[in-house]
Structure formats: structure tokens, C-alpha cells
Design a binder for this molecule. Structure first.
Ligand code: 5GP
Length: 351
């Protein structure tokens, strides 16, 4: 590494960052994965089954198989607490000052894990990190896995509603994710509408694959508070002007995960990433990791990749990270504290 590379690297690490799209079980680091594998040797899981290294690619379907493997390793309250604490500490060490972590509550009869205890364990991890003065604000989004259909989606919303009222504001919203080739968004509308009515913010994976135009039209009418990926929304890749109009008119921020999309092959290469389409239009874009463990990345690296691919100046990168504060689901007071932090750090980081 040259001196210039080292300096650039330091800039991206020191840059204060906001992470809004991170799936808990996809974010488990190499080190934590080693611990989990050692705890459950009988499963005979190799690290190569839980991570996609640089230069490797998988189909989206193969990516979803990876999550099934990880779920076997993370199946008790103890595991969730350990994994969530480690993930929060790792994001903090990477200079992330505000994190919205999302995860799909699961029940596991083998270990007596219930969906309620699943969420409680994640909340406990957030509380413990706060007590230990880890320098990061964390909030949680309860995820709906679309594969599980409308009834489970409704149950999940009710659970999220309960926690929204009892978690001291730590649960702020709902995520819709899971294999996009399974099910149709229209069946999930009642659950999503209910969530919205009770004040949960909505972060929805949208148009992650081609051929979801009709579904995206319906979901955009809710409207969601943020869009995950939105890879095939714009007409140049088979989306439509009407979809783009809806997103722009409602000014819905888009969570963009470069490495995830390239390794999962929904985008052919970094320079063809739809970041450019939205960024050029001045639309609110938030760089995120998606699954930092599975895709072997971190948020500093994602900023660096976006900057080198699309020729962003350090000033532009700073603006990008600061803009993400207003796209978060944090209450106004927290947003103000974060703005303050950015203002304090600016002279030290930007020169
Ligand atoms: P978890 O919810 O178990 O903490 O995180 C893993 C889950 O997040 C996966 O099983 C899947 O439902 C969801 N997920 C992670 N990455 C992606 C992605 O790129 N696209 C979609 N649609 N879902 C994802």
C-alpha cells in the first residue's frame, strides 16, 4: 500500500458514518463465525459456506442458501446476544456512529427460542453496548421474511408493535426482505399498512430483481419510508418512468449496497451500479453494507469503493455520509446530536 492509499484508507475509517441497511445474521464477522463454528462442531460447517470472498460471485439464490447455513449456527438466545453485541462493536470500530440493525425473529424448538425472546436478546445486546459506552447509537428494525407469507407477516407486525411501545424507542420500524422470487407484495399490504398506521417506519426491499414492476408500484403507494436496493426501478434496466416518478416525488431515500449487489450478481460491475443513476439526480442515496459478514466488506470500504468508482471528492463523500442522518428513523433529538457530532469531527477528518 502506498502512502496515498494509506491516507485515503484512514479518511474513510475516520469518516463518521450512518449504517441503515444491515441484516444481523448477514453481518457476522469472520472472528465471530469462528466462535460459532467451534461451539457447534457437529454441524460440520466450514467458513467457506458462510462468506463470499472478494472476486467470488454467487447467484441471489445461492446467497439465500448461505443465510440458511448461518441460521443453523445462530439458533439460541445466547447466540443472538453474542452475535448482535459483536456486530454493534464492529460497526462502532469502523466509525459508524448510528446503526439501524434489522433481523427476522425466528423460533427454534431445539433451543426453546421464541420470536419474542429473539427480539429481546437483540434489544439486550443494544442495551449492553450502551452500558459499556460503545460509541454508537443503535436502533432495531423487525424484519418480515416474505417467504413466510401474509399470516406470519401480520404476526410479526403485531410483535413489532408491542415492542415499539415497550422498548424505550429502540424498535423504530419494519423491514421487508427475504427471497424476492417468492410470494407477492400485494398479499403483504394489509400487514405493512397496519405497521404504518401504528407508527412503525417502513424500509422495504424493492425491485431487487427485474419483473417486479407491478409489485413495486403497489408498495410505493404505501409509501415506504426507505427503499432497499431498488436495483430495477429505473427505465434503463427495465423499470419505468412511473416508478422513478413515484420515488422522486415522494423523495424516498434509497439504501444502496454496492458489494452485495455485485457479488450477488444483480448488478454486473461496480461502475454499472445504479448508485450513479440516483446520485446524479440529487436523490437521497445512503451507502450501506447489507451483509458485511457474508460479502466480506465494511462501510468504510463501501464509501471508498463508491468514491473511486464514481469519482467523488472527499467533500462529496462527507456530504453523502451526513445526508444519511436525515434518512434514518431516529427521533429528531438523536438526529440533532448526530449533526452536532458531524460538525465537531469535520475539521479533524476533512482537510
Ligand atoms: P436475519 O434476518 O436472519 O438477521 O438476516 C438474514 C436474512 O436477511 C436473510 O435470511 C434474508 O431474509 C434477509 N436478507 C439478507 N440479505 C438480503 C438481501 O440482499 N436481499 C433480501 N431480499 N433479503 C436479504
Amino acid at each position: 500500500m502506498t502512502e496515498m492509499d494509506r491516507e485515503a484508507d484512514l479518511f474513510y475509517r475516520q469518516l463518521p458514518k450512518v449504517e441503515l441497511h444491515a441484516h444481523l445474521n448477514g453481518s457476522v464477522s469472520f472472528e465471530t463465525m469462528e466462535k460459532l463454528i467451534a461451539r457447534k462442531p457437529h454441524l460440520n460447517i466450514k467458513h467457506s459456506m458462510t462468506a463470499i470472498r472478494n472476486g467470488q460471485h454467487r447467484t441471489l439464490d445461492e446467497c439465500f442458501q448461505v443465510f440458511k447455513v448461518i441460521h443453523q449456527l445462530v439458533d439460541s438466545e445466547e447466540d443472538i446476544l453474542m452475535v448482535a453485541k459483536a456486530v454493534i462493536q464492529e460497526f462502532a470500530a469502523d466509525g459508524v456512529k448510528y446503526l439501524e440493525l434489522r433481523s427476522t425473529p425466528r423460533e427454534e424448538t431445539k433451543t426453546g427460542l421464541s420470536k419474542r425472546r429473539y427480539i429481546e436478546s437483540a434489544i439486550e445486546a443494544i442495551r449492553q453496548c450502551k452500558q459499556e459506552d460503545v460509541d454508537i447509537e443503535v436502533r432495531f428494525l423487525v424484519a418480515i421474511d416474505r417467504r413466510n407469507g401474509p399470516e406470519v407477516a401480520m404476526e410479526t407486525v403485531k410483535l413489532a408493535e408491542d415492542f415499539m411501545l415497550s422498548s424505550d424507542g429502540l424498535i423504530v420500524g419494519l423491514d421487508l426482505s427475504g427471497d424476492p422470487t417468492v410470494g407477492h407484495g400485494k398479499d403483504l399490504l394489509p400487514a405493512l399498512q397496519r405497521a404504518k398506521n401504528c407508527g412503525l417506519k417502513l424500509a422495504l426491499h424493492l425491485s431487487e430483481i427485474p419483473s417486479q414492476k407491478e409489485e413495486s408500484e403497489l408498495l410505493l403507494d404505501l409509501p415506504p419510508d426507505r427503499i432497499g436496493h431498488g436495483t430495477f426501478l429505473h427505465p434503463e434496466v427495465g423499470g419505468s418512468d412511473s416508478l422513478v416518478d413515484k420515488v422522486c416525488k415522494q423523495n424516498i431515500p434509497i439504501e444502496l449496497c454496492l458489494t452485495s449487489n455485485v457479488k450477488g450478481q444483480t448488478v454486473p460491475s461496480y461502475d454499472k451500479h445504479h448508485f450513479q443513476y440516483w446520485y446524479e439526480r440529487g436523490h437521497p442515496c445512503v451507502l450501506c453494507t447489507d451483509d458485511k459478514g457474508v460479502f466480506c466488506t465494511d462501510l468504510s470500504q463501501e464509501y471508498q469503493l463508491a468514491a473511486s468508482t464514481f469519482g467523488l471528492s472527499q467533500e462529496a463523500v462527507w456530504h453523502l455520509s451526513q445526508q444519511a442522518i436525515q434518512c434514518s428513523f431516529a427521533p429528531e433529538a438523536v438526529k440533532q446530536q448526530l449533526e452536532q457530532k458531524w460538525a465537531e469531527l469535520r475539521p479533524r477528518v476533512l482537510n
